[in-house]
Design a protein around this ligand. Structure first.
Ligand SMILES: [Zn+2]
Ligand SMILES: [Zn+2]
Length: 227
């Protein structure tokens, strides 16, 4: 369980909650989404980063050369050098200067001289809580592009991991293939299990038999008698 601190937005005055990460402890670089302010942290030892150019400095914001190597944010925006975290209520970029007051007020090290870095590119980065989903931080971990074959399967009627999420993910996986199972929910189906087994056998998304994806019958509604 992460302890969240409280900040206030200088634009709309509303309170948001956040966690402050130290990149030296996480062994990461980071960037914010230029549309929604989501934090992306990229760990130096994660698969996919091995081919990245060496960072000009570690434990801080990414270099511009890393931008095209990262996947899109969930919102469709891009992780960019120079972007800022944004207020989760009004989506305005937050001021690193304004943040100093609440950061230093809540930091245990402040009485001993700890000071907020005063910018969005130093060793500390900020993951803001999603107010629509308390406890969940707006953070993507290692959103690195990959050429590994990936089979993405979505149920047409799945409210938990809906097809639009898989569509966004598929955009940055050149060897990925998205199959949307018509009339399917979040459950498992014989059709899906056979498709996954076929994918593992072949080791590629090419030439899979996906004909059963259109043959699932929509489940009937069940209406309970009122008491
Ligand atoms: Zn705001
Ligand atoms: Zn975003």
């Amino acid at each position: 369980m992460v302890m969240l601190k409280k900040g206030d937005c200088e634009h709309c005055g509303r309170v948001y909650r956040y966690s402050l990460w130290h990149c030296g402890f996480g062994d990461t670089s980071y960037a914010y989404c230029d549309d929604c302010g989501m934090l992306a942290t990229i760990n130096y030892s994660s698969e996919g980063v091995a081919d990245f150019p060496d960072p000009s400095a570690r434990y801080q914001e990414i270099d511009i050369q890393w931008e095209p190597l990262l996947r899109h944010c969930e919102c469709g925006g891009r992780f960019r050098k120079g972007a800022a975290p944004r207020c989760p209520h009004c989506n305005e970029p937050l001021s690193a200067t304004h943040a100093a007051a609440h950061m230093e007020k809540q930091a245990v090290g402040a009485p001993k001289g700890w000071r907020w870095q005063g910018n969005w590119n130093g060793v500390y980065c900020l993951a803001i809580e999603d107010p629509r989903d308390p406890g969940t931080l707006r953070q993507m971990i290692d959103p690195v592009k990959s050429t590994v074959p990936v089979l993405l399967i979505s149920g047409d009627l799945d409210p938990v991991t809906p097809p639009w999420l898989a569509e966004q993910t598929a955009r940055t996986l050149p060897n990925g293939r998205l199959v949307i199972i018509k009339n399917a929910t979040h459950s498992s189906y014989d059709c899906v299990e056979a498709m996954v087994a076929d994918f593992i056998d072949k080791g590629t998304t090419q030439g899979l038999d996906i004909s059963c994806a259109d043959q699932i019958k929509r489940p009937p509604f069940v209406v309970l008698d009122s008491p």
